[in-house]
Design a protein around this ligand. Sequence first.
Ligand code: NAI
Ligand code: MG
Length: 371
Amino acid sequence: TTYSLLILPGDGIGPEVMAEVRKVIGWFETNRGLSFDVSEDLVGGAAYDKHGKPLADETMAKALEVDAVLLGAVGGPAYDNLDFSVKPERGLLRLRKEMDLFANLRPAQCFDALADFSSLKRDVVAGLDILIVRELTSGVYFGQPRGISADDTPGNEGGRVGVNTQRYTSGEIRRVARAAFELARKRNNRVCSMEKANVMESGILWREEVQWVHDNEYPDVELSHMYADNGAMQLVRNPRQFDVIVTDNLFGDILSDAAAMLTGSLGMLPSASLGAPMENGRPRAMYEPVHGSAPDITGQGKANPIACILSFAMALRYSYGLGDEADRLERAVEKVLADGVRTGDLMGPEGGTPVSTSQMGDAIVAALAAA
Ligand code: NAI
Ligand code: MG
């Protein structure tokens, strides 16, 4: 089998961290006999500079052909004043929209060596490994009607109204629920669904539909339901009680950012966005670090490549069905961190000498052999 991958390094530190992923891919080809068909193209400001828009049509077409897309980051000060229609993030949004990536996966994994970076106590988070699945294409950010009513008219002081609509169809809920159950089967087989069925109609539908998908299609996976506000509390009180959490767009936005802080540095956080299954049965997918283009450290060899490398590990697991190789890569990252190798963002107050982006990549490649 040849695994196809479209690499879109993007802007700022994107190309710097992606160079380290290239090393990792090279290691898997040489040492594990895997064959990757890697192509590379422009996105964001880099694409704007060449094509006058943040994603060329050919790039979009290519993204729809490959097994997986790996994106670095887009944006930066040079592009901040561009017209909205050609801003770098529009390239990202176009990819998400045309690939119909409705399930956003945000793992929160706390490596033991970094447990002291967490916002919580070490004994609450050490060894944490949970996955939040956020519905990404519907809900209150998109629902109609939406808008702000006209200015106050005389005699109608305080009468303006801002409206958003939380609207979900059963189909939208079922497909993200299926994604969560599939993921749980590759992990610890437990899903906790979060909504507010106590006060929201869409929450009642959410709970019923997730339960329906469970009962009819995934009875082997353990399912629980939780009100999202309690979920926020439980995430901070005892996050290790969870395996996969599935929730809507709004709650997922908030809960995944809160969960990110359980793990420490932004430079460590991978993500994936999945769509419907393709002909090969695997979901359309785009993988990307959670961090942005980090203009403040661009070109200085300071960027932590781990978030992007762990994003590639997610591609191994979810797009290529290579869970063992994904585990191997994650073990290599864990080993390097346990050995005390640190980029600047992972330095505690006690200090030390940080390694460069490239040295971190080399250390991970070296650790792969023994992982
Ligand atoms: P950012 O994530 O780029 O940076 C925030 C802080 O974290 C900075 O101090 C940065 O140096 C540090 N940081 C981020 N990634 C790091 C890494 N891998 N290693 C070490 N340190 C790291 O967010 P910011 O500053 O708000 O945005 C900068 C630009 O990136 C903007 O143009 C923004 O629009 C864009 N952006 C793009 C995203 C994407 O492509 N998905 C996501 C977030 C922001
Ligand atoms: Mg957010």
